[in-house]
Ligand binder design. Structure first.
Ligand code: PLP
Length: 459
């Protein structure tokens, strides 16, 4: 079904009126936006009816694929029953209560930190703002108001609000608007390919990189540190997968100093790493979990924080009113869609499928890319993958930054009907978890084609 769209008209309206996120606005006016009009399964179509294989699941969110009628039906039914009501002032609604219980049931028990409570928002950014407020409130209630500093990592992405962008470690975001805000500081990222020392093993590097947290805690003063926040693996930073030794050492350090651990799972939760939650993959025990995106398959905005017992107990028993919340906290339609989406994921066993079937299949296929003359390292974890484009895979010599090799490759992807994301010289994927083996093969063939075209341009 091709819906006729006047591309030039939409582009003109768009350029004249729509200030896009993360877009060079002048460049957009000159070139016009790509107009996406429809989607089905793992494909999206633009207004010129060009089909593209969406290897990014939108923005890491359409884990169940496009065109799920069940989700549209859930939204429509809920809209006709109760389209909106707030959850302030001792009020709730059926889908919000059921979803909170469902999430509590899905999160594996991690002892003292078990997850029985959820705080709702509409996005990952808002959820991380909520984290900052909750963490500060927690330490205030425990009579340790000096514990205000949150430690994060360079090249992390935790959102775009003032707190989200400050928690994130993106230099270009910090450069706009005097960020980070006070009370947030950063350590290096566990990126072995870039930061491993000559002769150092990945496992030794993982322990060394985790040690940067201890150094920072001591520098700030352990009694002033409130929490450490991290993604299980860094997504928007370029799919940086930590060595297996990294998280156990982080756990040891946060436990030693008694600081809270926030696992930002906006990308990694809901099957992406072959488990319901990313912390299960790496085997650590967070106190708070940020979620958003794939909880609804991206079909409607919903986010939140899963609050572990250690924090929830203090907020509930000692906190009185928590003066924080959003108009759309626990939105009934978003929660109804999330429940239907989790039903699909359970019925189709998507986390298990990623863990035992399509994840390993993708890992084998993706690793083959390391034989390409442009590829330094190509690795996956569950259903995310990243490869680094280098001038010389043997010496790991990089391309000059002004060549923008990632953007060159991304251009070839679009031209060949493949949506991949470029992060500097890294090309990354996070496809829908529903992909068949044949679709994985199709994606890999397209990736090779685009790498070949890039190689022809830059060698
Ligand atoms: N945290 C992580 C790990 C993310 O990847 C993102 C978005 O990509 C966010 C937070 C922000 O989420 P949102 O864009 O929904 O505010």
């Amino acid at each position: 079904m091709h819906t006729a769209v006047d591309t030039q008209l939409i582009q003109a309206l768009d350029s004249a009126h729509f200030l896009h996120p993360f877009t060079d606005l002048k460049d957009l006016q000159a070139r016009g936006a790509r107009v996406i009009t429809r989607a089905q399964d793992i494909y999206v179509w633009d207004s010129e009816d060009r089909r593209m294989l969406d290897a990014m699941s939108g923005l890491w969110c359409v884990n169940v694929g496009y065109g799920r009628k069940e989700l549209a039906d859930a939204a429509s039914q809920q809209m006709m029953t109760l389209p909106y009501y707030n959850s302030f002032f001792q009020t709730t609604n059926v889908p919000a209560a059921k979803l909170a219980a469902k999430l509590a049931a899905l999160a594996p028990d991690v002892g003292e930190r078990s997850f029985k409570h959820v705080f709702y928002s509409s996005s990952g950014s808002e959820s991380n703002d909520s984290n900052v407020r909750m963490v500060r409130r927690y330490w205030d209630l425990l009579g340790q108001p000096q514990r205000k500093t949150i430690i994060s990592r360079m090249n992390a992405y935790h959102g775009s609000t003032m707190a989200g962008a400050s928690l994130g470690g993106m230099r270009d975001m910090h450069a706009q608007g005097d960020l980070p805000i006070p009370g947030i500081t950063h350590i290096g990222q566990p990126y072995f390919f870039e930061n491993g020392a000559p002769g150092e093993s990945a496992e030794d590097f993982g322990v060394r990189a985790a040690g940067w947290l201890e150094t920072k805690i001591l520098e700030v003063g352990a009694e002033k540190v409130a929490a450490f926040i991290a993604e299980p693996l860094q997504g928007a930073g370029g799919v940086i997968i930590p060595p297996a030794s990294y998280w156990p050492e982080i756990q040891r350090i946060v436990d030693k100093y008694g600081i809270l651990l926030i696992s930002d799972e906006v990308i990694c939760a809901f099957g992406r790493l072959g488990h319901w939650f990313g912390y299960e993959k790496f085997g650590y025990k967070p106190d708070l979990i940020t979620f958003a995106k794939a909880i609804t398959g991206g079909y409607i905005p919903l986010g939140g924080v899963m609050v572990g017992n250690r924090v929830a107990k203090v907020l509930i028993e000692q906190g009185g009113e928590f003066t924080h919340g959003y108009t759309y906290s626990g939105h009934p339609v978003a929660c109804a869609v999330a429940l239907a989406n989790l039903d699909i994921m359970e019925r189709e066993n998507l986390p298990g499928r990623v863990r035992d079937d399509v994840g390993p299949y993708l890992a084998r296929a993706f690793a083959q890319l390391e034989t390409h003359p442009l590829v330094g390292v190509a690795e996956t974890c569950g259903f995310v993958g990243g490869l680094v484009l280098v001038r010389n895979p043997q010496t790991r010599e990089k391309f000059k930054a002004d060549l923008n090799v990632g953007m060159v490759c991304r251009g070839h992807c679009f031209a060949n009907g493949l949506i991949m994301r470029a992060v500097g010289d890294r090309m990354i994927i996070a496809p829908p978890l529903t992909m068949t083996h044949a679709q994985i093969d199709e994606m890999l063939a397209l990736i090779v084609k685009c790498l070949d075209s890039t190689y022809a341009d830059v060698r």
